[in-house]
Write a protein that binds this ligand. Structure first.
Ligand code: GMT
Length: 375
């Protein structure tokens, strides 16, 4: 199949999922065209089946807001015609499904029918899309997609609860490449990061408010009172600076490393003992799954799709949002008992295998066939 993938190219779950999906589809012989305003961070172009088309938005001083959706829908029309693309797969309802719908309409006028699959990732529904300013456009875009998928059952339920949706939504969970051989060969510099044999606790995100970064620091603060430990903070965003200050105020700066955005996620996860994700909400929690795939148990909040990924008392523990003390106690219960830690590490890997890319990919291929058949 010739498929156009539209996504946000930045550090963030939906962009990562869209990129990894495109890369795997290309390996399976499909021709993939990424259409976005910047090259996605994890996109490797050394594959003849992968193409990248940049959307340029000319700056015009009269416009306070530059019309990205217009530029995107025009680019989609041009690329579909030029490359004979058969299907649009847009990640994120706003503005991608909206722009995709316009492209479909323009193409139809020119005698070209093309189906659009929309994948909902979470923030487009629960945080941003639900805002009254966007709600009508989001409902419209979802209802006018040919097939709609969501990354968790919880997100599907939330979408029906928050919007007036008349379509069926198919759950296709996020996925991960579980590659134990690759993990075993990843250079693991544990001794450098924890010279005194400390336990290593890690958090990875884009440091937005929804991630509850102060809770990460506070949970770690409680942990390190009971066991020698260090905290690895990976990523960047508005909450990073306040977190650095908080670590300073708590007197634990020497135990916390802020890496910023990193391309060495596997290298960091390989020496991690525990992953913290105490988010306010999380439609899925891809970062937790990435940790579990290399055998790192997770302490997370119990909201959104997180319970579908992190199994309470098995791959880690779940706690109520904001329950810093409870999550810290559970973290200590794992970290202070080597046998329990080893068991939880093995369990985390076992659960991650349920989300292996090879299991999930056929679900997308089936959805594409369904969308093409519907035309
Ligand atoms: O929250 C993020 O880190 C970014 C955000 C996005 O829009 O890319 O992630 C959302 O999509 C991911 C991939 O499907 C999910 O794993 C995240 O849980 C989801 N974030 C939220 O729901 C807050």
């Amino acid at each position: 199949m010739k498929i156009a993938i539209v996504c946000y190219p930045t550090f963030g779950g939906s962009g990562v999922v869209a990129t990894e999906l495109g890369l795997e589809l290309a390996r399976r012989g499909h021709e993939i065209h990424f259409i976005t305003y910047r090259q996605p961070v994890r996109l490797a172009l050394l594959n003849p089946n992968i193409h990248y088309h940049e959307v340029h938005v000319p700056e015009y001083p009269l416009f306070h807001y530059q019309p990205y959706e217009l530029a995107l829908s025009s680019k989609l029309v041009d690329m579909v015609k030029l490359h004979g693309i058969e299907l649009l797969h847009v990640h994120y309802a706003i503005p991608h499904a909206y722009a995709g719908y316009m492209a479909k309409k323009m193409l139809k006028e020119q005698g070209i029918k093309i189906p659009m699959v929309t994948t909902l990732h979470g923030t487009d529904i629960t945080l941003v899309g639900n805002h009254p300013f966007y709600k009508p456009a989001v409902s419209f875009s979802i209802n006018h997609s040919d097939v709609v998928t969501s990354v968790s059952q919880d997100l599907k339920d939330e979408t029906y609860r928050l919007f007036d949706i008349k379509r069926e939504i198919f759950v296709i969970p996020n996925f991960i490449e579980v590659n134990q051989e690759k993990s075993a060969n990843t250079p693991c510099k544990r001794a450098i990061m924890a010279p005194g044999g400390e336990k290593i606790v890690t958090h990875i995100s884009n440091f937005r408010e929804v991630k509850r970064i102060p809770d990460v620091v506070k949970i770690f603060n409680e942990i390190q009172k009971s066991i020698p430990a260090r905290l690895m903070m990976v990523g960047d965003g508005p909450e990073r600076e306040p977190a650095e200050k908080l670590a300073e105020e708590l007197g634990i700066s020497d135990k916390v490393v802020f890496f910023g955005n990193s391309h060495e996620i596997n290298e960091i996860l390989c020496f991690s003992d525990l992953f913290l994700l105490p988010s306010q909400t999380e439609s899925f929690g891809l970062a937790a799954l990435e940790a579990m795939a290399v055998g790192v148990p997770v302490i997370s909040s119990n909201t959104g799709g997180l319970p579908e990924v992190n199994r309470d008392g098995y791959s880690g523990y779940l706690g109520n949002v904001g329950d810093v003390r409870g999550m810290a106690e559970k973290a200590v219960s794992i970290l202070s008992d080597d046998d329990k830690l080893a068991q939880f590490k093995a369990n985390a890997l076992e659960v991650a295998k349920e989300f292996d890319i090879q299991r999930i990919m056929p679900m997308y291929e089936q959805i594409y066939r369904r969308a093409l058949k519907q035309q």
